[in-house]
Design a protein around this ligand. Structure first.
Ligand code: SF4
Length: 95
């Protein structure tokens, strides 16, 4: 998917897919920072990869996902889902 960054005259970022994870954007800078944050997490608190991916699949189909962020808690879901102690903050607790 394309996710071109195109700040308008008012400086607001437009053109990003509202239903994409950061990894889906053409602009990889922020996603690389997020990945580094996940990689630097203590292994004791990091969720198993299969759990992590399953959580992200729930987020992808959730109407609270907006440009890589959860609109309920404001977290980047790719960080929140990486912590095995985290829970989905949504009303239906998808994970
Ligand atoms: S409410 Fe839960 S499933 Fe939805 S985006 Fe937030 S963390 Fe993901």
């Amino acid at each position: 998917m394309t996710g071109a960054v195109s700040p308008g005259e008012d400086g607001r970022i437009r053109g990003r897919c509202r239903k994409c994870m950061l990894e889906d954007w053409d602009d990889k800078t922020l996603h690389e920072k997020i990945l580094r944050t996940v990689e630097q997490m203590d292994p004791d608190v990091r969720a198993e990869e299969a759990v992590y991916q399953a959580r992200l699949e729930h987020c992808r189909s959730c109407d609270k996902l907006l440009a890589g962020m959860c609109r309920v808690c404001g977290c980047f879901v790719e960080v929140r889902a990486a912590n095995k102690n985290s829970r989905c903050p949504g009303e239906h607790h998808h994970w």
